[in-house]
Design a binder for this molecule. Structure first.
Ligand SMILES: *Cc1c(COP(=O)(O)O)cnc(C)c1O
Length: 234
């Protein structure tokens, strides 16, 4: 049986080791548990072990979990999947973060639709760092203009950048894409010093991402075990 308690401890240790290897403080790095396709009991188990940040990719599945787990104090919900502009309202209403903003139209709608009594919605601008045609994200050369425009919107707070580089097992290639993200981020920070988030690194490339400055790593498989898409409902 896959044990979430053990796997969470192991991932935390890997984050600490990768941080120390990079001479960074592990406390700068947040583990986002990517819980797409997982049943709500798996999230409860992780929560009982102290996990607070959860990432969902599919809107209806995410909304169902937000509702089912509403009794869990301080739980923090991150939307990390592709977002269509006609589906922004429930995300603006029920999530705390969106990592997958890649155009102004989406950011504007989230800004307008964020309920007034709530804290601003935290946003990351997704960058297609490996320039893959199939991938979401703005291009690196579009980042500065888009970030400036999003940063000016009410109801949302631009926190930083997110990327899903081209999948590769080659450690040097992993480092190279993440290093490009770090350079982009540092350039942007010179203009917008309040930015504090670089969301990058998944189960297969977490150490490389941490070596290049990741502040949020998005980990699914290493926390919850292999995904079984045959059970996916939507
Ligand atoms: C699924 C997913 C992850 C987690 O991937 P694992 O390889 O299971 O760790 C991270 N980020 C995004 C955007 C995802 O869709």
């Amino acid at each position: 049986m896959f044990c979430i308690k053990d796997s969470l401890n192991k991932v935390q240790q890997q984050i600490t080791d990768a941080a120390h290897a990079a001479q960074r403080d592990a406390a700068e790095i947040t583990l986002l548990a990517v819980s797409k396709t997982r049943p709500q009991e798996a999230l409860r188990t992780a929560y009982e072990q102290g996990q607070r940040h959860f990432g969902e990719n599919y809107l209806q599945e995410g909304l169902d979990k937000v509702e089912a787990l509403a009794d869990l104090q301080d739980i923090c919900w991150h939307f990390i999947g592709p977002l269509q502009s006609n589906k922004t309202r429930p995300v603006a209403e029920h999530f705390d973060w969106v990592h997958s903003v890649d155009r102004l139209k989406i950011a504007r709608r989230l800004s307008e639709q964020r309920p007034e009594g709530k804290a601003p919605l935290n946003l990351c601008l997704q960058v297609n760092i490996s320039r893959e045609e199939s991938k979401a994200g703005c291009l690196p050369e579009e980042v500065a203009t888009l970030a400036r425009e999003i940063d000016a919107l009410p109801g949302v707070t631009l926190r930083g950048l997110m990327a899903i580089p081209k999948a590769t097992d080659d450690a040097a290639e992993q480092r190279d894409a993440f290093a490009q993200m770090q350079t982009l981020f540092n350039t942007l920070k010179a203009e917008l010093p309040s930015l504090d988030t670089l969301s990058m690194g998944m189960s297969g490339d977490m150490a490389a991402a941490i070596a290049e400055g990741a502040t949020i790593v998005r980990i699914g498989t290493a926390v919850f075990g292999p995904r079984d898409y045959s059970k996916k409902q939507n």
